[in-house]
Write a new protein. Structure first.
Length: 482
């Protein structure tokens, strides 16, 4: 779109208001338009709306030390509320198209590692403490300094690794790739479909969605990702109504009996800030908090760098604009998630779907956050989008992020090996944090072996040492008897 067309578009939307909003979010300055931001906001929401189903499922299926379970309806409300509020705050305060919600992986830690040792209130209080500690690291400048200390090639490798990781999430969510149970004594850990073949109507929806998405992207159609999600949802609704489908997984595409439902805020404020210390002791709490902080710290770092790089927002030094504010808001999201009993909220890599639709500013977050706000009342309607209709967007975004691999110097081992480990470990271990840790440790080791240890920033030495502790946390716990 030409500059004249952009100017005409802004004038059509209303001179004074639009100009002010445009200037505040720097929409035109970053080469975007209101249309792209709105489409991006919708795309991000639909690719991460699954958390409204998955977070209550994970947290609601677990019992705490006293056999108590959290109410799924209240969990859905808490999940939507935290996502709505923190996503909008990130948009206004951080001006990045970076949505936030309860973190996958972190919620599993809360459900299956923290809750069995203490009450739900104590577990959520520990999440609040973790968030407060992250905020302290941001205020002191340590978190931002660590991000700036990372060499540019490693940042690019992080983006590529996240691309493969997010594509794998799409394949797994759709059932295109499944894990083979160990009891089967198979020679490979994963397979095609559930039986080694692709079968069933849901798989047809996913495969058709992938083809539709990549075809639209190749044609450079505006709104390609969102068009695909909506179109395949309609197809899924028709198929589910006419065919005998055994299961769609988490979300069944069928029109609900009612569209509006009242939210239940019963879990808000149900946390005990220091209760965990009385339940499991200081040493165990410190180790648990360390694991949570490290995982949240580097998951966010990878996500922020990856999404910003894909959006073309990194400066010439590879730095994220307004990084301090972004990291502080992310830390506050962890606090909010714990205080609402929704588990630690964090930045979502699915935000890359919005970037793929052209989002470049925090204005897209206003759209995404508003949709999460609507989800408080429209959960029955919004849960008709099956994973098979949304997952193709993740595969397409994985491709877009993968293209940054061309910038890595593969003929330099001190860069190539850490980059490779970063890229490979993320999808193979299903963890952004593990990939970053493997890359950091390898980078420091190879620089030392080559006699160039002085080139390594002292913060990378420190974080690599922490990652060694992170990877060896089990034997350390055994040595300490916890």
């Amino acid at each position: 779109m030409s500059e004249a067309q952009k100017a005409a578009e802004r004038q059509d939307a209303g001179p004074s208001t639009v100009t002010g909003v445009d200037r505040f979010f720097r929409i035109t300055e970053r080469g975007s338009t209101f249309g792209r931001e709105i489409r991006g906001g919708f795309a991000t929401f639909f690719t991460m709306a699954y958390i409204l189903v998955l977070n209550p499922l994970i947290l609601g299926s677990a019992k705490d030390k006293f056999g108590e379970q959290l109410d799924p309806v209240q969990l859905t409300t808490a999940t939507a509320l935290v996502a709505a509020v923190m996503t909008i705050i990130m948009g206004v305060g951080g001006n990045l198209p970076l949505a936030l919600a309860a973190g996958l992986g972190l919620n599993a830690v809360v459900a299956f590692q923290l809750a069995p040792l203490m009450s739900w209130d104590d577990a959520m209080g520990l999440i609040v403490l973790e968030g407060l500690l992250i905020c302290v690291l941001v205020v002191t400048g340590l978190r931002e300094a660590v991000m700036h200390a990372i060499p540019q090639p490693l940042k690019q490798a992080i983006s590529v690794g996240i691309g493969l990781f997010i594509a794998l999430i799409g394949f797994v969510d759709a059932g295109f790739v499944t894990r083979i149970p160990d009891a089967a004594n198979t020679t490979v850990p994963v397979q095609l479909g559930s039986t080694g073949t692709l079968a069933g109507w849901p798989m047809l929806v996913f495969c058709a969605g992938v083809l539709l998405t990549v075809g639209l992207l190749a044609r450079k159609v505006r709104g390609a990702i969102l068009i695909s999600i909506v179109a395949m949802t309609v197809v899924a609704l028709v198929i589910n109504a006419l065919a005998d489908v055994r299961t769609w997984g988490l979300t069944t595409p069928e029109w609900p009996d009612r569209i509006v439902d009242a939210p239940d805020f019963g879990l808000l404020g149900q946390f005990s800030l220091f209760g965990a210390f009385g339940q499991v002791g200081v040493v165990t709490v410190v180790l648990l908090a360390f694991t949570l902080v490290l995982s949240d710290f580097f998951d966010t770092m990878g996500t922020v760098v990856g999404v910003s790089a894909e959006a073309g927002l990194l400066d010439e030094d590879g730095k994220v604009p307004g990084l301090g504010k972004v990291l502080l808001i992310d830390g506050a999201a962890a606090v909010a998630g714990g205080a609402a009993s929704a588990s630690s909220a964090t930045s979502y890599i699915e935000s890359a779907a919005g970037v793929g639709e052209g989002a470049r500013t925090g204005f897209a977050n206003l759209v995404t956050g508003s949709l999460f706000g609507l989800a408080l009342f429209l959960t029955p309607l919004l849960t008709i989008v099956p994973l098979q209709a949304a997952a193709p967007a993740l595969v397409a975004v994985g491709f877009l992020m993968m293209t940054q691999v061309k910038h890595i110097e593969w003929d330099r081992y001190e860069i190539a090996v850490p980059a490779f480990l970063t890229i490979a470990v993320m999808p193979f271990t299903y963890s952004i944090t593990n990939g970053i840790g493997a890359g950091f440790v390898a980078y420091v080791l190879i620089k030392t072996v080559l006699g160039r240890a002085k080139e390594v920033h002292w913060l990378l030495w420190g974080t690599s040492a922490l990652f060694l502790v992170y990877f060896a946390i089990d034997p350390i716990e055994q040595l300490l008897g916890v």
